[in-house]
Design a binder for this molecule. Structure first.
Ligand SMILES: Cc1ncc(COP(=O)(O)O)c(C=O)c1O
Length: 507
């Protein structure tokens, strides 16, 4: 093992079969899964999750498993055994599933019978005001205003538009450029996808994505840099400096990044000093700094019992708070769809003092029932002291995954923070060469884990280079996961990885 696997479909299958033809718990071998693509029950809009027929370049959508119910930390399909949820979708179901969270359900139903809807343009409603207060306080007052929406993409789109409108109000309409990073994902709308640097998610839409105003820097991904850390950090900041000079500082509206990169890189925290370096350049040049904490935020990356809610707060660097931030996913635990744009207190004060209203709104913005759900979810996280559990179980998860898998010849890196852990697979451990895209390694691990080990993990591709190569799975259990469940999860995941690569490593 360790050498690059062949990409031709006939040889690829024989190479990928386990040398020991290991039997999985249900008596199915990997061959059963890999050779039964046509009857696969998996489908996903992003390419790594599709059944690719590379010979004809067509993709065949197939049926997903039909779900009967989801409860606690398990999914119950109509047929087959229950499935342990190790990722909550895309790191969303942070309180698990179903009626185990009675206070959330009660808050939703009570709000529906009080005020189920009132347009944000006509009324203020109490749960929205309470939620805004809660969020602003959670940033120690750094953030001063909330726009409540439904999806992460909407929140990012709003942040980008706010930056443009703010500069125009402020007498700098020429600030029209946005800096983001390659290997990033900020959403599915044309604006948020223009900011995103994820090659394969952009690819079908490149003709309409904005390449005039959006400029991508390399991300901070220490695993993939050959340079020593100090040198690497300095090279990243130098590339930001030269991009700012090339564009001219007075033309730049905002810089957007994920403090800890989620699906696009697979749970990668930056080097110490990176965020403060970025903030310093932004501050000097009047560029608004936007943190996209849609995936890594709202407690997901808590690392110590005293940890705050937001990912940027987990770094010891002095004030690296942003000018704007976006949140979603664990915000409402997806009891209802929710996201928010938070703007800083100075920006909020600017609106008040200049009598300005952001020219942006959705029909369901500031939805009272959504706000009630978010408040109840956040109240549950606080009252059950779940951030401590995120820190404790996150430490255990990382430790056990590393113990089980770090020696594996096809596991390149296991990294993350809190309950946000990524496992990157590589074809060659010495050169860190990624697998060819067509092998769909991450998707294979996902499928094997689901079908043979009854554990759901999140698969992503494209973390290694600009050709869309680089396979990673992400483990993002619910905040109330137990140590016993973590051990079980790791056993199943390690089993699936072992099965896919057919390895003989020593545990
Ligand atoms: C960092 C980040 N930003 C934005 C988005 C877009 O969020 P949504 O899918 O809710 O539109 C995602 C989605 O995964 C994300 O991970």
């Amino acid at each position: 093992m360790g050498q690059l696997l062949s990409t031709s479909s006939s040889s690829r299958r024989s190479h990928l079969l386990p040398s020991s033809a290991s039997k999985a718990p249900l008596g199915k071998t990997e061959a059963d899964i890999l050779l039964s693509d046509s009857s696969s029950e998996l489908s996903h809009p992003f390419p790594t999750e599709k059944n690719n027929d590379n010979a004809t370049n067509t993709q065949t959508p197939t049926l997903l498993p039909l779900l009967k119910k989801a409860k606690g930390h398990y999914y119950y399909p109509v047929s087959g055994p229950k499935i342990l949820d190790a990722c909550g979708g895309a790191g969303v179901a942070c309180l698990g599933h179903g009626k185990s969270n009675k206070s959330v359900i009660k808050a939703i139903t009570t709000q529906i019978s009080t005020v189920q809807y009132a347009s944000y343009a006509h009324f203020r409603v109490d749960p929205v005001l309470q939620l805004e207060k809660f969020l602003c306080e959670s940033t120690d007052g750094k953030m001063g205003k909330m726009y409540l929406m439904s999806s992460g993409s909407e929140a990012v789109e709003a942040a980008l538009k706010f930056a443009l409108e703010y500069h125009a109000w402020n007498g700098q309409p020429e600030r029209v450029n946005i800096i983001s990073r390659s290997h990033s994902y900020h959403g599915t709308t044309i604006g948020s996808l223009s900011a995103s640097g994820h090659t394969t998610r952009r690819q079908p839409f490149t003709s309409v994505l904005n390449r005039t105003n959006f400029h991508h820097l390399p991300p901070c991904n220490p695993y993939r840099s050959p340079l020593p850390r100090e040198e690497y950090l300095s090279s990243l900041l130098t590339s930001l400096e030269s991009l700012i000079t090339t564009l001219s500082p007075s033309t730049i509206a905002a810089l957007i990044l994920e403090p800890i990169v989620g699906a696009a890189l697979g749970c990668v925290p930056p080097l110490p000093g990176y965020l403060s370096g970025i903030k310093s350049f932004c501050h000097t040049h009047g560029i608004l700094l936007i943190y996209d904490e849609v995936m890594c935020g709202m407690g997901r990356t808590a690392t110590s019992p005293s940890h705050h809610l937001h990912a940027y707060q987990s770094f010891p660097e002095p004030d690296i708070s942003p000018d704007m931030m976006t949140i979603a996913k664990s915000f409402s635990a997806s009891y209802l769809p929710a996201s928010a744009l938070l703007i800083s207190t100075p920006l909020s004060n600017f609106l008040t003092s200049h009598n300005k209203v952001f020219t942006h709104g959705h029909t369901n913005q500031s939805h009272p029932v959504v706000a009630s759900a978010c408040l109840a979810v956040q109240g549950t996280i606080q009252s059950r002291n779940l951030l401590s559990n995120v820190a404790a179980q996150g430490g255990l998860l990382l430790h056990l995954l590393q113990k089980q898998l770090s020696q594996h010849p096809n596991v390149g890196d296991i990294r993350g923070r809190g309950l946000f852990v990524g496992i990157e697979f590589i074809a060659d451990k010495t050169t860190k060469q990624p697998f060819e895209r067509e092998l769909d390694i991450a998707s294979r691990v996902h499928k094997t884990a689901l079908k043979n080990w009854q554990v759901l993990v999140y698969a992503s591709q494209g973390c290694a280079d600009d050709q869309g190569r680089g396979d990673v799975i992400m483990v993002m259990p619910a905040y109330d996961v137990t140590a016993k469940e973590i051990r079980d999860m790791v056993r199943r995941i390690a089993g699936a990885v072992r099965e896919v690569f057919g390895s003989l490593w020593v545990a």
